[in-house]
Design a protein around this ligand. Sequence first.
Ligand SMILES: [Zn+2]
Length: 86
Amino acid sequence: MSGLVRIIILGMLLYLARHLFQKFQQNRLEQAEKKRSEAKKKVESEKTVRCDHCGIYIPADEAIVDGEKHYCSLEHKEQHIRGNDQ
Ligand SMILES: [Zn+2]
C-alpha cells in the first residue's frame, strides 16, 4: 500500500513540476514578446510627420491622418480642408 502512495505522490510531484515549468516558460515568452512590442512602439513613436496646415513636426502616432496628409490637431485638419475649398 505504501508503495502505491509513493507512486501517487511522485506522480503528483512530477505533474506539479511540469506545470510550474510550463508556466515559467510561458512567462518568459510573454515577457520577451512584451519587450519586443515595446521596442517596436518606441521606434514608431520616433517617427515624425509634418502637419500639412502649420508645418509643425509631430510624432506619427499622435498625428491626425487624412489620406496621405497629416495634421497636428483636428482643428488644423478642418481648417486645411476649409482653406482648400475656398
Ligand atoms: Zn498644425
